[in-house]
Design a protein around this ligand. Structure first.
Ligand code: SAM
Length: 245
């Protein structure tokens, strides 16, 4: 049995952050408390995240992950891939708050996905199917290409890289929600051009600040409008080392 780890101050911070997003986190507090405990225990073994204090984890992992719900693009029974989930962010907080989402957290690092799988099982999250692999490989596989309603990513790569990795995985009409820090005009422009090249369009740019800390964030929403040309995504590592724009 894992002891609950959230202190009264941590619970208050989680509530405040969720309130700010119009979310009711109260019914899920015990799951977040267990997630905090598991993350801390996992971190000692696996060095999963640089964030170590309760305040940092609650704000910069839990609340920050839930900001991907802004705009309502993830409201629905969507088959959703979390590209580069790391220790399970935003996938695990989303799976807790939105049990109707069918989530595939994806990462190329096996030990991270093992942690996400064990943690999802401990939390009783039956809507999470973790997957080890690279987005470049899944994007060219018959099983995954064009098969997701939603792709979400937090803090993984520059926008043009993300567009090439995410859009092939979406069905036409599907939506990609990318959460990033502050976004420059150059990156946005390169992202727009890359989106066009891989079959999509940026439909929303939502700059906001994280509650309490005031850290700048941007949610960028892309819609897939036509099939991605077969040559994308290019082979492993190429999207990152030679971005489209
Ligand atoms: N999204 C998590 C978060 O916000 O805490 C992790 C962010 S971490 C900076 C980026 C993660 O993306 C790493 O775990 C890395 O292994 C994974 N990653 C990067 N490129 C990837 C790719 N092409 N396919 C799969 N995973 C990838």
């Amino acid at each position: 049995m894992i002891p609950d780890a959230l202190t009264p101050a941590g619970r208050e911070l989680l509530r405040r952050g969720a309130d700010d997003l119009g979310l009711d986190v109260a019914p899920h507090e015990e799951q977040f408390a267990r997630l905090l405990a598991l993350l801390r225990a996992g971190n000692e073994r696996l060095n999963l995240t640089a964030l170590k204090t309760e305040e940092d984890i609650v704000l910069k992992h839990f609340v920050d992950s839930l900001t991907t719900l802004r705009g309502g693009h993830l409201d629905g029974e969507w088959k959703t891939l979390d590209l580069g989930t790391g220790a399970g962010f935003p996938a695990l907080p989303l799976a807790i708050l939105r049990p109707e989402l069918r989530l595939t957290p994806l990462d190329s690092i096996r030990k991270k996905i093992d942690f996400v799988r064990e943690t999802a099982a401990e939390l009783g999250l039956s809507n999470v199917t973790p997957q080890v692999g690279r987005a470049e490989t899944l994007g060219q596989s018959a099983e995954h290409r064009g098969s997701y309603d939603r792709v979400v990513a937090r803090a993984v790569a520059a926008l043009p890289v993300l567009a090439e990795l995410a859009l092939p995985l979406l069905r036409v009409g599907g939506v990609f929600v990318a959460q990033k820090g502050p976004l420059s005009e150059e990156e946005l422009d390169a992202g727009r051009r890359a989106a066009g090249e891989v079959g999509g369009r940026i439909i929303e740019v939502d700059p906001f600040t994280l509650p309490v800390s005031g850290d700048a964030r941007t949610l960028i929403v892309l819609e897939k409008q036509r099939p991605t040309p077969a040559k994308y995504p290019r082979r492993e590592g190429v999207p990152t080392h030679q971005p489209l724009f």
